[in-house]
Write a protein that binds this ligand. Structure first.
Ligand code: EPU
Length: 446
């Protein structure tokens, strides 16, 4: 494969074939921390967020908050952020644009900025290339609250000339980001908001905990309905972010694929239950204590499984890519049906170049029909194993796919060059150091 020379600085050389063994630590969830930081904008007093990982998405939101006048500094304990929103003001559009290109979080600033300033600017959004990733639900939601949206070449300009008012919203799909959009907007909107078909991921519950600490009135029904009664004023919060269940599963899959053993300090069982069931079905072993979870390959063959990703409490889509690498080592045919993103299996073509046998299908394979079945997307896979993987030149396609390539390179015989590793810094804190701590043979090119 031809590799662009501009990418050669951003390479990790991985000498595979050695089980990873040892202990690493996970901190707060990438998919909660940046949103809790946005919530700090809604407070009338400072907030303290604990267990914050040093990842790019956090740095992006920190920069955006500072641009809008929020004072952000490191708190008293390691991993603590102190955020004081008392001097929030309008920011320069060009500055916002320069800061925001690499993340999807800026769209969640809409509600808080409309409340604080009466207007907001949202530039073009980044994020992983794993399908269309539209933001139509977000803008539909904001319009229902009373926002006007003017789409221009450089981004979206929003205003709320008559303030924001609570409303009845039904999401077409339980989207995580759109549910967060509703929460962050409804808490200070006038009156009651009823959101049905909401996402209920653990990170959303944790955001609700943050908002409740701030003084918000939010209740969750058993049927994906969330009710929010707007209040006039919110205070700052002190909160410890829930652990990153997606990073935890990535290391667990790495332990399985390399026949290794990893203790993930900081991991918690509750958010991992669905993953743990599947891990055990595949043949992986785990042991839970008060401080974390140890994951290991107990020896012997792994089992092929049928797997379907879904919204919580189903099998999280972000767990899929790392686990697929371990499934290349299982005996028999595994079926993977991706129902959250239409295009999150493209990363498998590189695994096939390494020696895996993975065939993609447009049909919904496995249990149920999903919204992509009639729409010509390659969203099901059959993984035939076990296969011996060989080292290769790999170019990272997206965050989780990227980590999966690292796992494949670790499990493979021989040496791989993994290009584009900087993308992994978006969501995995200090991952090269963690790999080294686990005994992985990795090096940066001279
Ligand atoms: N969708 C729309 N329109 C919208 C919003 C979403 O059609 O306006 C569709 C999406 O295209 C997708 C589905 O709804 O097919 C679900 O998207 P969702 O809104 O739930 O995803 P998100 O909020 O953009 C977050 C995480 C993702 C995670 C998903 C699903 C963050 C920053 N990102 O994305 O995490 O996969 O929820 O749980 O919280 C990752 O960590 O690698 C990652 C991609």
């Amino acid at each position: 494969m031809e590799i662009a020379s501009s990418m050669t600085d951003d390479v990790l050389i991985v000498h595979g074939g050695t089980p990873i063994e040892g202990e690493i630590k996970v901190r707060g969830a990438k998919n909660l921390v940046p949103k809790a930081m946005v919530a700090a904008l809604l407070g009338s007093s400072p907030s303290r967020l604990r267990n914050v990982p040093d990842i790019r998405d956090v740095r992006v939101v920190r920069g955006l908050l500072q641009l809008h006048g929020v004072t952000v500094r490191t708190g008293e304990e390691p991993g603590e952020l102190y955020m004081d929103p008392s001097r929030v003001e309008r920011a320069n559009v060009a500055d916002i644009d320069a800061h925001a290109g690499s993340s999807r979080i800026p769209i969640l600033l809409c509600g808080p900025l409309l409340h604080r300033l009466g207007h907001a600017f949202i530039p073009g959004l980044g994020g992983c290339d794993i399908g269309g990733r539209p933001v139509d639900f977000h803008f539909d939601v904001l319009r229902q609250f009373g926002a006007t949206i003017d789409k221009r070449a450089d981004g979206q300009y929003l205003e709320a000339p008559r303030g924001l008012r609570g409303c009845k919203i039904r999401l077409p799909y339980p989207s995580v980001g759109s549910t967060e959009q509703v929460l962050l907007t409804a808490v200070l909107a006038e009156g009651v908001t009823e959101l049905s078909n909401a996402a209920v991921e653990p990170e959303i519950e944790d955001l609700i905990c943050v908002l409740q600490k701030m003084g918000a009135m939010i209740s969750m029904d058993t049927d994906r309905t969330i009710r929010i009664t707007g209040v006039d004023r919110l205070e700052g919060y002190t909160h410890r972010a829930l652990p990153d269940r997606l990073e935890t599963a990535s290391w667990a899959s790495a332990a399985l694929a390399t026949k290794g053993s990893v203790y993930v300090r900081g991991a918690a069982q509750r958010e991992m239950m669905t993953f743990l069931n599947v891990y055990r079905k595949v043949g992986g072993a785990f042991e839970i204590d008060d401080e974390g979870i140890r994951f290991w390959h107990p020896g012997g063959p792994l089992n092929a499984i049928a797997l379907e990703t879904d919204v919580h409490p189903g099998f999280q889509t972000d767990w899929q890519q790392p686990l697929v690498v371990a499934l290349t080592q299982a005996s028999g045919l595994s079926i993977v049906h991706e129902t959250v993103y239409e295009s999150r299996l493209g990363f498998t073509s590189a695994l096939n170049q390494m020696g895996a046998h993975i065939q993609l299908y447009r049909e919904c394979l496995g249990g149920s029909a999903c919204r992509f079945g009639q729409r010509n997307f390659l969203h099901s896979a059959v993984v035939s194993g076990p296969t011996t993987l060989q080292g290769a030149d790999l170019v990272i396609p997206d965050l989780r796919g990227g980590f999966s390539y690292l796992i494949a390179a670790l499990a493979a015989q021989g040496t791989s060059r993994v290009h584009g590793i900087d993308l992994i810094n978006r969501g995995y804190e200090n991952f090269i150091k963690k790999l080294e701590d686990l005994g992985a043979k990795v090096e940066r090119p001279a």
